[in-house]
Design a protein around this ligand. Structure first.
Ligand SMILES: Cc1cc2nc3c(=O)[nH]c(=O)nc-3n(C[C@H](O)[C@H](O)[C@H](O)COP(=O)(O)OP(=O)(O)OC[C@H]3O[C@@H](n4cnc5c(N)ncnc54)[C@H](O)[C@@H]3O)c2cc1C
Length: 321
């Protein structure tokens, strides 16, 4: 045991506690590059004076994009964790819309990050913004602080030591799936299904050889949103996953309903249990993900502690803040 003869410092001279460094904080940015990758995807490169401090974990790292308002621009917010409270207190006319996106790439040395936006018309402020975006446009991105206490906040990908992976999602999940595929260990095994509007939306991925990537074009399948994805996941699961391998940890039928008209579908394991055969990650339109959740958990019996289900958006509903 260590002992010390040094008397404790009197309280009056005790050092002030170090300021808490926020894990997630606003970064002022402007548009440095715009690449229309396809009719669906636009890659926007942002630059900002503090982006060398942006967290670099990657994977499905989510950020909040604070979008400009006409006549107002971006209302000033504190650059620490009190930003959200300050945003809520803004008058309606000055409260900027906030939407959730994935960091597609981070280059701290160049003070740049990329986000791949899906353009889906003029219906939402984010889609409208990216459709008309121009070099020099300013906005704010709330994201991970490399100097913060927990620079990993906002990442849901937690495969543990699962022996294989299943990734499935629509175009809004494509940036996250591509970033995850690029980061997988080179001996990883499994598959990814990505449903996009058109064949030309398919992108190169840096997936390991053992992970098969399938892009599903909605236009080609002539189906509704999610039809091709559901069929592909059902087919793969039926062929690849047996009940004996997964074993239902929760009795089939115990799956609580999620009312996606009012609640967000967001069910992610804190930690995947060890020795799992499969870890599955599913994100996209909430109704589609809810159907796949029912199939994987209730019908197939896959342990919920091995699956992340995330409703990234809900048809007919604007993102709630
Ligand atoms: C963790 C997370 C990560 C995400 N990452 C990305 C990403 O990297 N890239 C990306 O493009 N999106 C991503 N999304 C989805 C994105 O946040 C939503 O699509 C968001 O609703 C878009 O905002 P908006 O202002 O364009 O539309 P909103 O104002 O939210 O909605 C307006 C209308 O448009 C509809 N709508 C919203 N999104 C779509 C869509 N994609 N296609 C068709 N109709 C739509 C809504 O149902 C609503 O009727 C992510 C979401 C989450 C939760």
């Amino acid at each position: 045991m260590l002992t010390s003869t040094i008397a404790p410092a009197p309280a009056a001279t005790a050092a002030a506690p170090a300021p808490v460094r926020p894990s997630y904080r606003p970064f002022a940015v402007s548009v440095a590059g715009i690449r229309r990758l396809s009719d669906t995807f636009t890659r926007v490169t942002f630059t900002g004076p503090d982006l060398h401090d942006f967290g670099t974990v990657g994977l499905d790292q989510r950020v909040k994009v604070i979008l400009p308002l006409p006549e107002v621009g971006i209302s000033p917010l504190p650059d620490d964790e009190s930003w959200y409270q300050a945003w809520r207190l803004l008058p309606d006319t000055h409260r900027n819309p906030i939407r959730t996106y994935t960091v597609r790439a981070v280059r701290p040395a160049a003070r740049e990050i990329d986000i791949d936006f899906v353009a889906h018309g003029e219906a939402g402020p984010a889609s409208r913004w990216v459709t008309h975006a121009a070099i020099g446009d300013e906005l704010t991105i709330v994201g991970p602080n490399a100097l913060g206490e927990n620079p990993h906040s906002g990442v849901e990908w937690r495969p543990g030591d699962a022996r294989s992976v299943l990734l499935a999602g629509d175009e809004t999940a494509a940036p996250a799936i591509c970033a995850i595929l690029a980061a997988l260990p080179r001996d990883a095994r499994g598959c990814a299904f990505i449903e996009v509007p058109h064949e030309a939306d398919a992108m190169d991925t840096a997936a390991p050889d053992g992970v098969q990537v399938t892009w599903l074009a909605r236009a080609k399948a002539a189906g509704q949103h999610g039809t091709a994805l559901e069929a592909a996941v059902r087919d793969w699961t039926t062929r690849s996953v047996s009940m004996a391998e997964t074993g239902p940890a929760l009795p089939v039928g115990r799956l609580a309903d999620v009312d996606i008209e009012h609640d967000i579908l967001w069910e992610v394991p804190e930690e995947t249990h060890r020795g799992a055969d499969l870890y599955a990650w599913l994100a996209g339109e909430a109704g589609v993900i809810k159907t796949l959740r029912r199939f994987l958990v209730s019908e197939t019996g896959i342990d919920r502690r091995q699956v992340a289900f995330m409703g990234y958006w809900r048809a007919g509903h604007a993102e709630a803040n």
